[in-house]
Ligand binder design. Sequence first.
Ligand code: F0G
Length: 408
Amino acid sequence: MWRYRLQCFECQRVVPAHEAGFRCKTCGGLLEAKFDLAGKKEPDWNSRQPSVWKYRELLPIEKEKSIVSLAEGGTGLHHCKRLGRKLGLKNLFVKNEGENPTGSFKDRGMTVAISKARELGKKKVLCASTGNTAASLAAYSARAGMECIVLMPKGKVAGGKMLQVIMHGAKLIQIKGDFDQALEIAMKLSEQRRELYLMNSINPFRLEGQKTLAFEILYQLGRVPELVILPVGNGGNISAAWKGFSEFQQLKIVKNRPRMIGIQAEKAAPIARAVKSGQDKIRPIHNPQTIATAIRIGSPVNWPKVLSAIRESRGTAETVTDHEILEAQKDLATLEGIFVEPASAASIAGLKKLLEDGSVDRSETVVCVTTGHGLKDPSVLGRLPKSQTGYNLEITDGSRLEALERIL
Ligand code: F0G
């Protein structure tokens, strides 16, 4: 591992290793791990198998024996020619994070954060979640033999994710309220009870794992895409990806960085609202709504990092409706064989909108990140139009063949 220091994202104060908590004690800012990359050369990464740990020099784990892994990372970057043709775009790629062990990008961060927890001697881990963080944490804590507590908004989490949390033996606490309230409680709890180690994306070690998404995109594509489009909820992933692109630029592996585009659901879009109205702060949204429950978030904790990534990269943010999300989900599944959950399809829906209004040039190379697997949320079946849900024809004897042939 290369040397790093933990420091405040706002005031740059270096945070001593023994200082607990994930906020700067001076200004309350978010923390980040800063690697000292001056004079560093690209290690022999090409000789290693694709995975998060391939980039171990850039991950903040001191001892190899601390590593807890389920073989995360190394997900596919798929050239989507048929969907690209429909959208009028030649170079459309989908980085499909649903291919991770628990079915979402969270595993990239979780393998690093749980390894850090082990290195720090923690025995109990905690998170608030719209589902995927909880599913991932439940699996990794089971693998590490740690106790796991998750807080989730009651009635607002997709069925597959609930099943994962329960199956991995986490202590599931459902709260009346939304994700923002669950996170507030989790942050307070972890401050009061130091034995509970908080694993939300305010934990800077988690974002270090998530930044490997950017490294993989660059290696797999063999060049820097003009645009990277991600769904945004709490804002950890887009900030982590930007950090990853920036580190490869500092290492002189690439010259440029892509424009970062964040997509939010129309009624859960504090970041997109701030970007579009040129504000340098967000205004939280109360009672956010969307069928994309993973990104049903009104008060994203990582907003300063997100606004800075979008601004520095000359990117933007956009909103999409639930209808546009469902359409994009179906398009990606039928045209490319890639089944993603609604929140993930927001990146495709957002691209479509940006192409239509001329913000994206059709000659540009675009990578859409799809963040979670479609099987996580079977409730979508109930929302599909009847014409898409198949035929109701029971075949009992030969005479029904005629009816069958009529359908075919
Ligand atoms: N896509 C999916 C499938 C997610 O589960 C999430 C976040 C996001 C996108 C947004 O990522 O928060 O880094 O901006 N899910 C969190 C959870 C909040 O609890 O599982 P972000």
